[in-house]
Design a binder for this molecule. Structure first.
Ligand SMILES: O=c1ccn([C@@H]2O[C@H](COP(=O)(O)OP(=O)(O)O[C@H]3OC[C@H](O)[C@H](O)[C@H]3O)[C@@H](O)[C@H]2O)c(=O)[nH]1
Ligand SMILES: [Mn+2]
Length: 353
């Protein structure tokens, strides 16, 4: 089946970029980005001037803006960590968000064509996902693909796709221990596939090259408390991904991963990363079984309701692991309060079925 949904209009897609750098990388993306609004979340010193190439339509927010807009609720937005990007999700008014790191450039496919990552994400998210039964020819809605023999016809309609997770050539998104033992490893494998993450399976969501339906799953895309004053780093996107996937499974919404690729240019320091990650490396051995065992009640009416129920479960079941999880559960609640105040129209509806 090659049903390619109608791609969203430029005004329906905002691009959120967290940054402690300058944004020269945008020059490479200009053909693909310049019709979209950029929401730039400037982390670190708010007095630093961020150089933004001419010709882009952007909103720029620094820590002072975050505190001005959110007041006391700003405490749920991380400082000195890329997790700050979720503030951009909060203030966007677009149906879709694409978030990308400022050291990610336009990649080329094996034929040497420049990859319009945003276009591929929008194709992914504009066609259904198939979480209930794995299609061995990958995404059946991609051009030149279909459902294979034996695939139940009753399941071929699929479900609404709300997340499209892209990948990275050159510097892969490895954790610090892997970076340390494989410092020279570069990802040169271009796998031409998009697939649905099956229902009941979690996945490590990376925020480097990610698109989602903000109106539906935005409330679950809280990049957890990291960075300054927190015991953890580099688990912000992972936390958002685990919460999102549990809620998507509950609401029969779809998550796809695979194409598009971007070219990730900078390997961050593995020793710094180890200091940020190390608690997460053993905590996640308890966190993953928690998310795998979570069941959400049927009377949750919206993603916001699901998220608040999930936050309560975090508070009840993970606080013995470390008091941090009580703080994180509180921050999840604050996030939803801020979301509801700034986005009353986007509570994350149940699928209309
Ligand atoms: O304190 C900070 C540090 C960075 N940023 C911005 O976040 C983006 C990612 O930063 P960087 O490329 O230095 O980190 P990586 O290790 O490559 O990124 C991975 O780990 C962190 C995130 O989860 C990220 O998505 C992963 O890919 C970049 O735009 C920095 O400017 C920041 O805002 N504050
Ligand atoms: Mn990077």
């Amino acid at each position: 089946m090659s049903a390619l949904g109608n791609l969203p209009a430029p005004e329906d897609v905002d691009i959120v970029i967290p940054t402690i750098r300058n944004l020269d990388f945008l020059e490479q993306w200009r053909p693909f980005f310049e019709r979209h609004k950029l929401i730039i979340v400037q982390d670190g010193d708010p007095s630093r001037v961020v150089k933004i190439p001419e010709g882009f339509n952007y909103e720029l927010y620094n820590r002072n803006d975050i505190e001005r807009i959110l007041g006391k609720r700003a405490e749920c937005i991380s400082f000195k960590d890329s997790a700050c990007r979720c503030f951009g999700f909060l203030v966007s008014k677009a149906k879709y968000v694409y978030t990308i790191d400022d050291d990610c450039f336009v990649a080329e496919d094996p034929q040497g064509n420049k990859i319009n990552a945003l276009d591929q994400h929008l194709r992914n998210i504009s066609t259904p996902s198939t979480p209930f039964f794995f299609n061995t020819l990958y995404d059946p809605f991609a051009q030149g693909s279909d459902f294979v023999r034996g695939y139940p016809f009753s399941l071929r309609e699929g479900v609404e796709t709300v997340v499209s997770h892209g990948l990275w050539l050159n510097i892969p998104d490895y954790d610090a221990p892997t970076q340390l033992v494989k410092p020279a490893e570069r990802n040169t494998r271009y796998v031409n596939a998009v697939m649905t993450v099956p229902k009941g399976s979690l996945f490590p969501m990376c925020g480097m090259n990610l698109t989602f339906n903000r109106e539906v799953i935005g409330p679950a895309m809280y990049f957890g408390l990291m960075g300054h004053g927190q015991p953890l780093g580099r688990y912000d996107d992972m936390w958002a991904g685990w919460c999102t996937k549990v809620i998507c499974d509950h609401l029969s919404l779809g998550v796809k991963t695979g194409l598009p690729y971007i070219w990730h240019s900078k390997a961050s320091d593995p020793f710094t990363n180890l200091k940020k990650e190390y608690k997460g490396i053993f905590w996640q051995e308890e966190i993953i079984p928690f998310f795998q065992s979570v069941t959400l009640s049927d009377d949750c009416q919206t993603v916001c309701d699901c998220y608040l129920e999930l936050a309560q479960k975090v508070r009840d079941e993970l606080s013995d692991l470390d008091p941090y999880f009580t703080k994180l559960a509180d921050a999840m609640g604050t996030w939803i309060e801020a979301w509801k105040e700034l986005n009353p129209e986007a509570q994350g509806r149940y699928p209309q079925k």
